[in-house]
Design a protein around this ligand. Structure first.
Ligand SMILES: [Zn+2]
Length: 314
């Protein structure tokens, strides 16, 4: 079973205007302007919309991926409210989980600074049978703050894991909260919390991620974004992954992509197959890795963590 532990799916109105403004600012700085920054920002959303997951499943089928885990994002407190509320965004993902039962697994997601966040987490997990909680500290909160620990406690009570996005924060998010070292405080407070360090601190904080996770059987590393290194310098990627294995084994490493799907992304541009191949080639690339490592990273660990059956039902 191949499980992609990290995707996002967007319908119109799920992301705040300011997110696209910031992306347009970055893109305009990289290439000659064919349109104004404002026009570019207005166009960007349409490129990544995949409300029915049609594009996503075409990409998954092409790469022969069995199951994806989707992480609803709440950027509203950080960047201004988008048209859709957190409830609507989570309900949208939950509807896809129901429609694509066994293939599309959804977490709930909220900024814990919102009033009622803990109750939101509990009620959405119960009502929609969701499989975890996604938190995005780079929106501007310490993952060990009282508000954040409160929603983590609810996840523990509901017996689901928490995904903390970590590592590089896309401008204009707040980079310091992406440092996985902050999660050391979370696990000190909540040693029984099952959690995943999303992106494993990529690109500059992976040693902090390992430092937190290596002695905690409830802490997992998730590898999305690492394709950027693996495709550029495969030897260095293998070397880092071997170092991670040396410190904590491979039983708590999860493969993920952070894949985006939509009319202008994915399809021919999908890196899913090439990224899977980077993991499948590990035993040839280094004597440190076995086929068993590959199988665990690509799906067996996720299956165990989320208690999936063979068809992907949680
Ligand atoms: Zn993500």
């Amino acid at each position: 079973m191949i499980v992609d532990f990290h995707v996002h799916l967007f319908a119109a109105g799920h992301l705040p205007r300011r997110w696209f403004d910031a992306l347009a600012r970055y893109l305009a700085s990289k290439r000659p302007a064919t349109s104004s920054r404002e026009e570019l920002a207005a166009k960007l959303e349409g490129r990544i919309l995949d409300p029915d997951a049609t594009y996503l499943f075409a990409d998954l089928d092409a790469a022969k991926i069995d199951v994806v885990v989707s992480h609803p994002l709440d950027y509203g407190v950080a960047l201004g409210e988008p048209r859709s509320s957190p409830e609507e965004i989570v309900a949208h993902n939950a509807a896809l989980q129901k429609r694509y039962a066994g293939r599309y697994i959804s977490f709930t997601g909220i900024d814990p600074r919102r009033p009622g966040a803990a109750e939101f987490v509990r009620s959405t997990i119960r009502r929609f049978d969701l499989n975890g909680l996604n938190l995005y500290p780079m929106a501007g909160f310490d993952p060990a703050s009282p508000e954040s620990l409160a929603v983590c406690r609810v996840a523990m009570e509901e017996n689901v894991p928490v995904m903390f996005h970590s590592g590089g924060a896309v401008f204009p998010m707040r980079a310091r909260y992406g440092n996985p070292a902050l999660l050391g405080d979370v696990q000190a407070e909540l040693p029984d919390l099952k959690f995943i360090i999303g992106h494993a601190g990529f690109p500059y904080h992976w040693t902090d991620a390992v430092d937190v996770a290596r002695r905690n059987p409830n802490a997992y590393l998730e590898l999305s974004q690492w394709y950027k290194l693996a495709s550029r310098n495969y030897g260095k990627f293998v070397e880092i992954l071997a170092e991670i294995k040396h410190e904590m084994g491979t039983e708590r490493i999860l493969w993920g992509s952070d894949h985006l799907s939509g009319p202008a992304v994915g399809g021919d541009k999908s890196a899913l197959t090439a990224w899977l191949d980077c993991i499948r080639r590990l035993p040839q690339a280094s004597a440190e890795f076995s086929q068993e490592d590959v199988d665990m990273i690509l799906g067996a660990n996720a299956k165990r963590l989320l208690d999936l059956d063979e068809t992907g039902h949680a």
